[in-house]
Ligand binder design. Structure first.
Ligand SMILES: [Zn+2]
Ligand SMILES: [Zn+2]
Length: 219
């Protein structure tokens, strides 16, 4: 059977493909990155190892495969968030680095990264990050460095680290208002409306938008 890393990569691709509504073996093997790691024999080995079920052109994850794929996807997408937003890497080096270092992250380190980033719901491409134990319970052992805008009190300031929105329209609109990663804002009031000050401008924000803006508090 192929190495662990290759198997993990293939499981991730099966997961991603399913998100796009496909479970075709042919399509899976047609993906360039998959072809580099795996052929039909690799998939059959994975079937014998109890990770996938293959019938004809269909491939689905078994419960064990599902568990491994979910953990691998979670590591990959959190690594992307960390590298893009916190370390400000460019697209090409992110893909290379996210792929190589995600395999070395233990469950504990993965949960720490998740917590530091404020348990982000999506990767920079807008795809969902599977939830971990850290997201389900606030353990309070570690303070997040990045938090939802909501966590700031009136009068506090924060620098925007990322905006977890799938909506390009919304991101564009926020962009024209200067609400982009890197800019600094101050919470002006939280009730009845949530109002921020950014530069010389004060703006009222919709509740859904507030949940999508992740900031690092400035002391
Ligand atoms: Zn992504
Ligand atoms: Zn979490």
């Amino acid at each position: 059977m192929a190495g662990n890393k290759a198997v993990e990569e293939v499981l991730e691709f099966i997961w991603s493909q399913r998100e796009q509504g496909s479970n075709s073996v042919r399509q899976l093997l047609g993906i360039e990155e998959v072809a580099e790691e795996a052929d039909i024999k690799t998939l059959e080995d994975m079937g014998r190892a109890g990770l996938v079920n293959i019938s004809g052109d269909n491939i689905v994850l078994t419960m064990d495969g599902e568990r491994l794929a979910e953990a691998a996807i979670r590591r990959h997408r959190l690594a992307e968030r960390l590298l893009t937003e916190v370390l400000a890497m460019d697209e090409a080096s992110i893909e290379k680095n996210a792929c190589s270092f995600e395999h070395t992250l233990s469950p504990e380190v993965t949960d720490s990264i998740c917590t530091l980033l404020g348990h982000p719901p999506t990767c920079p491409h807008g795809l969902p990050i599977p939830r971990g134990n850290c997201c389900k319970k606030e353990r309070g052992e570690m303070k997040p460095i990045v938090q939802q805008l909501n966590a700031l009190d009136v009068g506090e300031s924060g620098r925007i680290i990322f905006i977890a929105s799938n909506s390009h329209m919304r991101l564009d609109k926020l962009g024209t208002l200067g609400i982009v990663p890197g800019s600094t804002l101050r919470v002006h009031q939280k009730r009845p409306a949530f109002v921020i000050q950014i530069g010389e401008t004060t703006l009222a924000l919709d509740p859904e938008i507030i949940k999508e803006i992740y900031v690092k508090k400035i002391f």
